[in-house]
Design a protein. Sequence first.
Length: 116
Amino acid sequence: VQLQASGGGFVQAGGSLRLSCVASGSIQSCNSAGWYRRIPGNVRNLVAITGDGDGAATNYADSVKGRFTISRDNAKNTVYLQMNSLTPEDTAVYYCKIVCSFGNYWGKGTQVTVSS
Protein backbone atom coordinates (compact mmCIF):
# COMPACT_ATOMS: atom_id res chain seq x y z
CA VAL A 1 0.00 0.00 0.00
CA GLN A 2 1.29 3.44 -0.90
CA LEU A 3 0.08 6.61 0.77
CA GLN A 4 -0.05 9.97 -0.98
CA ALA A 5 -0.43 12.97 1.27
CA SER A 6 -1.52 16.33 -0.07
CA GLY A 7 -3.10 19.60 0.98
CA GLY A 8 -0.14 21.29 2.57
CA GLY A 9 0.94 24.79 1.69
CA PHE A 10 1.43 28.30 2.96
CA VAL A 11 -1.19 29.94 5.13
CA GLN A 12 -1.38 32.92 7.44
CA ALA A 13 -1.88 32.47 11.15
CA GLY A 14 -5.52 31.86 11.92
CA GLY A 15 -6.10 30.15 8.61
CA SER A 16 -7.12 26.61 7.79
CA LEU A 17 -5.86 23.72 5.71
CA ARG A 18 -7.19 20.27 5.02
CA LEU A 19 -4.71 17.48 4.52
CA SER A 20 -5.64 14.32 2.65
CA CYS A 21 -3.91 10.98 2.60
CA VAL A 22 -5.02 8.64 -0.15
CA ALA A 23 -4.08 4.98 0.00
CA SER A 24 -3.45 2.94 -3.14
CA GLY A 25 -5.42 0.07 -1.66
CA SER A 26 -8.25 -0.57 0.74
CA ILE A 27 -7.86 0.66 4.29
CA GLN A 28 -10.96 -1.10 5.58
CA SER A 29 -8.91 -3.64 7.51
CA CYS A 30 -6.60 -1.03 8.94
CA ASN A 31 -6.94 -0.67 12.68
CA SER A 32 -5.79 2.90 12.91
CA ALA A 33 -4.85 5.91 10.84
CA GLY A 34 -2.93 8.89 12.03
CA TRP A 35 -1.11 12.07 11.23
CA TYR A 36 2.34 12.96 12.52
CA ARG A 37 4.53 15.97 12.03
CA ARG A 38 8.22 16.76 12.14
CA ILE A 39 9.93 20.06 12.65
CA PRO A 40 13.46 20.13 11.16
CA GLY A 41 15.94 18.67 13.64
CA ASN A 42 13.25 16.98 15.70
CA VAL A 43 11.59 13.61 15.77
CA ARG A 44 8.24 12.80 14.23
CA ASN A 45 5.47 13.47 16.74
CA LEU A 46 1.89 12.28 16.82
CA VAL A 47 -0.68 14.91 15.89
CA ALA A 48 -3.88 12.87 15.69
CA ILE A 49 -4.95 9.27 15.42
CA THR A 50 -8.22 7.48 14.88
CA GLY A 51 -9.45 3.92 14.95
CA ASP A 52 -11.88 2.30 12.56
CA GLY A 53 -15.66 2.26 12.37
CA ASP A 54 -18.44 4.54 13.53
CA GLY A 55 -17.65 6.21 16.80
CA ALA A 56 -14.02 5.19 16.60
CA ALA A 57 -11.80 6.58 19.29
CA THR A 58 -9.61 9.52 18.39
CA ASN A 59 -6.64 11.00 20.15
CA TYR A 60 -4.96 14.33 19.65
CA ALA A 61 -1.79 15.99 20.76
CA ASP A 62 -2.56 18.56 23.44
CA SER A 63 -1.26 21.34 21.21
CA VAL A 64 -3.90 20.72 18.53
CA LYS A 65 -6.95 19.73 20.58
CA GLY A 66 -9.96 21.81 19.63
CA ARG A 67 -8.31 23.00 16.41
CA PHE A 68 -7.59 19.85 14.39
CA THR A 69 -9.97 17.06 13.41
CA ILE A 70 -8.99 13.70 12.01
CA SER A 71 -11.38 11.60 9.97
CA ARG A 72 -11.28 8.69 7.56
CA ASP A 73 -13.40 7.61 4.64
CA ASN A 74 -12.84 3.92 4.03
CA ALA A 75 -14.89 4.01 0.83
CA LYS A 76 -12.39 6.51 -0.59
CA ASN A 77 -9.36 4.95 1.12
CA THR A 78 -8.60 8.38 2.49
CA VAL A 79 -7.66 9.89 5.82
CA TYR A 80 -8.14 13.60 6.43
CA LEU A 81 -6.79 16.16 8.84
CA GLN A 82 -8.78 19.38 9.08
CA MET A 83 -6.58 22.05 10.62
CA ASN A 84 -8.13 25.30 11.85
CA SER A 85 -6.77 28.31 13.71
CA LEU A 86 -3.27 27.52 12.53
CA THR A 87 -0.31 29.11 14.28
CA PRO A 88 3.35 29.39 13.25
CA GLU A 89 4.06 26.59 15.74
CA ASP A 90 2.13 24.24 13.45
CA THR A 91 4.74 24.69 10.74
CA ALA A 92 6.15 21.24 9.96
CA VAL A 93 6.15 18.38 7.49
CA TYR A 94 3.03 16.32 8.07
CA TYR A 95 2.99 12.57 7.50
CA CYS A 96 0.15 10.11 7.45
CA LYS A 97 0.41 6.58 8.73
CA ILE A 98 -1.90 3.61 8.67
CA VAL A 99 -1.62 0.49 10.79
CA CYS A 100 -3.14 -2.55 9.12
CA SER A 101 -3.29 -6.26 9.78
CA PHE A 102 -0.88 -6.72 6.87
CA GLY A 103 1.60 -3.97 7.74
CA ASN A 104 2.30 -0.38 8.72
CA TYR A 105 2.64 2.30 6.08
CA TRP A 106 3.86 5.90 5.96
CA GLY A 107 3.17 8.61 3.43
CA LYS A 108 5.98 10.85 2.16
CA GLY A 109 4.81 13.98 3.89
CA THR A 110 3.41 17.34 2.97
CA GLN A 111 4.83 20.68 4.09
CA VAL A 112 2.68 23.07 6.08
CA THR A 113 4.01 26.57 6.63
CA VAL A 114 2.14 29.09 8.76
CA SER A 115 3.25 32.70 8.67
CA SER A 116 2.69 35.12 11.52
